[in-house]
Structures are given as C-alpha cells and as structure tokens.
Ligand binder design. Structure first.
Ligand SMILES: [Zn+2]
Ligand SMILES: [Zn+2]
Length: 151
C-alpha cells in the first residue's frame, strides 16, 4: 500500500557510484568483511545455501556491481538462500519478490532504516536500494559527502 503521506522520488545516479558500507542482518550484526575485499573495499559476507551445500558468499559492496565470490558451486539460474553468518537468521525478504524473474529476494539492513535487496536467483541481477529518512537525505544534499552516512 503506498503511503499517502510520502512521495516516492526516483534519483538517477552514475552506475557503480554507491558503495554499501554498513550492511547488517535484521538483528544488527555487521555483515561487512574487511578480510575479503572486493575491488579494494570490504565485502558483504553472508552464509549461502544451495540444495545440500552451504558456504560463505562475499558480495561486491559496489551497488550494481557483481564481482561476488562464492565458496560453493551454484549453477546459473539456481536459487540460493542467504543467512546471517553470526546468528543464522534468514535474510530472505518476507514481502518482496524479484520483479524480473519472480524469485525470492534477500534484504540487508542499512543505517537509518535503509534497505538493499536483490534477487536470490544466481545470474539474475535485479536489485533495489531504498534509502530511508528522506527528509534528512534532502537536507544533506548540499553536504559533502552526500551519501556515505546512508550506506
Ligand atoms: Zn545476525
Ligand atoms: Zn530475479
């Protein structure tokens, strides 16, 4: 249900200009992993399961880039599931499915109530970023750096 008290504003930004810096599980455990950098930055580490296999996946922290590193072999188009490596809570979204292929999506919490989500089908690159607290974001548009505290 759209909230009548809020407007949705779409902002176009250059590809790969945003970097996830503080992803968390719903219980607040940090998912950032400085020990496995991707493109020179701390990756987002989650536990991945596919059929009977289980391992870690290091997600590219650059939003819109997919240089992910997976410990287990996942076939193209296969569905996976993500869990918090610390508390093992499922990161599958309870209310979103992929708008391109209909698969379940994962959801990672960002600071200030933002959410980054993506398709759980291997090879489908559908993803969404929702930065919450729009008023603060608007107020900070003339600050530098604009986005960092929301990611
Ligand atoms: Zn957790
Ligand atoms: Zn998909």
């Amino acid at each position: 249900m759209p909230d009548k008290n809020r407007e949705i504003v779409n902002v176009e930004i250059p590809s790969k200009a945003l970097r996830i810096q503080h992803a968390m599980c719903p219980q607040g455990h940090s998912l950032m992993c400085a020990d496995h950098p991707i493109n020179g930055y701390a990756s987002v580490c989650v536990r991945v399961t596919c059929r009977d296999e289980e391992g870690l996946i290091y997600l590219d922290p650059i939003y819109g880039s997919f240089c992910n590193v997976t410990e287990i072999d996942v076939q193209e188009k296969e569905l996976v599931e993500f869990f918090c490596p610390t508390c093992r809570i499922s990161l599958t979204s309870s209310h979103q499915v992929c708008q391109e292929c209909g698969a379940p999506m994962f959801e990672l919490a960002l600071p200030r109530g933002g959410v980054v989500s993506g398709c759980l089908r291997n090879g489908c690159h559908f993803h969404l970023l929702k930065l919450a607290d729009g008023i603060q974001l608007l107020n900070s548009l003339d600050e530098d750096p604009i986005w960092d505290s929301f990611l």
